[in-house]
Design a protein around this ligand. Structure first.
Ligand code: SAH
Length: 475
């Protein structure tokens, strides 16, 4: 049973526990964490339940409850530990549409009880759709350690100030930034350390400041999303996504990365996808300016690093010209990720003193001429070429390198989908690539690494590297 988490309020009829034994007592105690009172249907009950009844926390009602006793309940837990009776109660509850749980009988349940981390106002409920209760318990233990014991006080204080803040601090980005500053700053620290007076004073001052401030000005963060693996996002990138009102993202940015975006954020795809309309650079610039001018926190999320063949420079120019504040969050570029995955150093004292980042396409989609490069000098050795956007032009590039005097036996590594689950690597030589580029079987996105480093033994650690000669022999 895959489940959807919700938080139930107990301000109407009390929840009902059917049964009076140990199990029923445990569930009653759990419900009393939040319910003002619980009804328990049983004729005999444990000492603990009797005590709850004396304290007015539990009302005992007759066993074998029927339709009238179940109707209108926020929820029912059948814990008689008698299969027949539990099934009967579950059937009535289901017929009435009353949520029902029978411990350890998932087939009878219409809802599951989560593992709970309780910090008063702040409750964390963990569910694994019954697949891994032990994992849920471990997560709970971890959260117990991670969440400050006084988190409740912080939440309550924020709750107290909500009304004043709503009246005085302008809604939208200004207000969100106000709360972010409260939760991240000195006020939160003060209350977690137990100094409530100081926290109140700090929040009062912050309200005064925010109330008088101009509406927050929008800005744009050009954020590098890395090569695909969300583990390779920077903390800054994650923070930017969590604070974004609008995210404009490229085709190369995967869902696992986008999941970090604030849930209310507007996500706008702007990259090229096969068959889909993609925006021209000028249109992207215009969108960035439009949203930032409206006071929004805009994240322009780009694959890899925003300033490596990402046209980040053009966006930066346009934004500066429009007078919009810009911040750059670097990312792990595809070539660096590919090298890391293969365990080959891009610079190496013995075999590579320089690394050149190259685009395999000229502007306008032409094959590269490399006119701006002294290829003959690079052919001299101890240089590594890192080629982006070179899948369809790999053969032409390799030919040009041969013409410039590169050794035909120089190793080339192609890495497709670096850092993603479907990463693929192929090892070849410049002559192989020049002669039979199609044999690499490369699909975009891929980077090509030309240089002695591509032949370093470290690359042999990765087993699915195929030497092209080997491929040819097998074919
Ligand atoms: N700014 C990006 C590059 C954008 S240009 C960066 O820093 O990585 C697009 C090219 O990047 C692709 O054609 C491909 O060469 C390369 N690329 C992007 N992601 C890749 C990946 N996961 N694996 C291999 N190459 C990738």
């Amino acid at each position: 049973m895959r489940t959807f988490p919700i938080f139930v309020s107990f301000d109407g009829k009390p929840p009902l526990v059917v049964g009076g034994g140990e199990l029923a007592a445990v569930k009653t105690r759990l419900l009393l964490m939040r319910a003002p009172s619980v009804d328990v249907a049983a004729d005999e009950v444990t000492k603990e339940l009797t005590k709850f009844a004396e304290q007015g926390l539990v009302t005992l009602i007759a066993p074998l409850p029927g339709i009238d006793q179940l109707r209108g309940r926020p929820l029912v837990i059948a814990a008689t530990e008698n299969d027949e009776e539990d099934s009967r109660v579950a059937a009535i509850a289901r017929a009435l549409g009353v949520p029902v749980n029978v411990p350890d009988r998932p087939e009878l349940c219409s809802f599951a009880l989560p593992a709970i981390v309780d910090r008063g106002e702040v409750t964390v409920a963990i569910g694994t759709s019954a697949a891994a209760p032990v994992l849920a318990q471990r997560l709970r233990a971890w959260l117990e350690r991670e969440l400050h014991p006084r988190l409740d006080a912080l939440a309550r204080l924020a709750g107290e100030f909500r009304g004043v803040v709503a009246k005085r601090v302008p809604t939208g980005p200004t207000r969100r930034k106000f709360w972010e500053a409260v939760f991240e700053g000195a006020a939160a620290e003060a209350i977690l350390e137990g100094d409530e007076a100081k926290a109140r004073a700090l929040i009062d001052t912050a309200i005064d400041e925010a109330a008088g401030s101009e509406p927050a000005k929008g800005r744009v963060l050009l954020v590098g999303a890395g090569p695909g693996d969300p583990e390779l996002l920077t903390m800054k990138a994650i923070r930017a996504l969590k604070a974004a009102d609008v995210v404009l993202y490229d085709r190369l940015v995967g869902d696992a990365v986008l999941e970090h975006a604030r849930r209310e954020a507007e996500l706008i795809p702007v990259g090229k996808a096969k068959g889909a309309h993609s925006l021209k650079q000028a249109e992207i610039n215009a969108l960035l300016i439009k949203h930032a001018s409206a006071g929004k926190a805009v994240v322009r999320l780009k694959g890899g690093d925003p300033f490596i063949f990402g046209r980040g420079g053009e966006e930066l120019d346009a934004l500066r010209e429009a007078g919009i504040a810009v911040e750059i969050v670097p990312g792990v570029t595809a070539g660096i990720a590919a090298a890391a995955s293969l365990q080959i150093p891009l610079t190496h004292r013995d075999v590579s003193r320089t690394v050149t980042f190259l685009s395999g396409h000229e502007a306008g989609g032409e094959e590269p001429s490399f006119e701006h490069l002294d290829l003959a000098a690079l052919a001299g050795g101890k240089n590594t070429l890192l080629v982006y956007m070179g899948v369809s032009t790999a053969g032409a590039i390799a030919k040009r390198l041969l013409d410039a005097g590169f050794a035909p036996t120089l190793p080339v590594l192609a890495v497709e989908n670096a850092s993603r689950d479907d990463e693929r690597r192929v090892l070849a030589t410049v002559a192989d690539v020049a002669g039979h580029p199609e044999r690499l079987g490369l699909k975009s996105p891929a980077v090509l690494i030309f240089g002695e480093v591509a032949g370093l033994p470290a690359s042999g650690i990765v087993e699915d590297i195929l030497a092209l000669e080997e491929v040819k022999r097998r074919a």
